[in-house]
Design a protein around this ligand. Sequence first.
Ligand SMILES: [Zn+2]
Length: 191
Amino acid sequence: MVSSLTCECCNRYETDINSVNSFNEIKLFFDEQVKNGIYLEEQVLKPYYVWEDDKEHIEHYATKWYRCMICGCLWEIKYPDFPSKGFVKKYDDGIYTGTIVINNNEESKKADIVLKSKINNNVYYMFSDEIFIHGDNKSISIPLDSNAICFYDMYYVQDKLFIVVSTNRDYDYLYVLDEKRMILQKRGMTK
Ligand SMILES: [Zn+2]
C-alpha cells in the first residue's frame, strides 16, 4: 500500500476576503496545510502593487506566500484590514506574476481617456489597445474581433459605462463594461 499526500489546491479559488468569517476560514485552512506539511510558508519577495509618480514610489506587499509542496503552486494572501478587504491569489505554475505597476508619470498621462467609476473606486485609463483598471489590478484588452482596431471612446450614460471600439469598417462597435465582472458586453454598432 502506498499512501500518497494530495493537496486541495484544485478545490480552492482566488477570492476577495471581505468578511471576518471568510478570513477566519481562509486563515484556518492555510494554517492547517502548513501544520500538515503540505504548504510551506515563503518569504514575500515581490509587491502585488507598485505606484510611482514624480514624488513617490509606493509598494504594497501581501501578508503571506505559501508554496504547495505537492503541486508546486504559489498562494498569495493579503490579510484584510477592514474596511480594506484582503485577497487570495493563486499562481498555478508557482511563478509569481502578480505585480501591477502604476506609473503615474507616464502611463496615466499617455492615456487617451481617464475616467473615474461611478459605481466603485476604480479609475479607468483608456489606451488604444487596453483599458487599465486602477484599483482592480486588471486590464481589459481589445475584444478578439478581426475588425476591431482600437479603443476609441468611453463615457457614462447614467450608470452604464459605454466603450466604443473603432473598426476597419464604416461603423464602430459599442460595448458596455460590466463593472462588477469587468467584462465587455457587445451592444451593437454605431455609425
Ligand atoms: Zn497543491
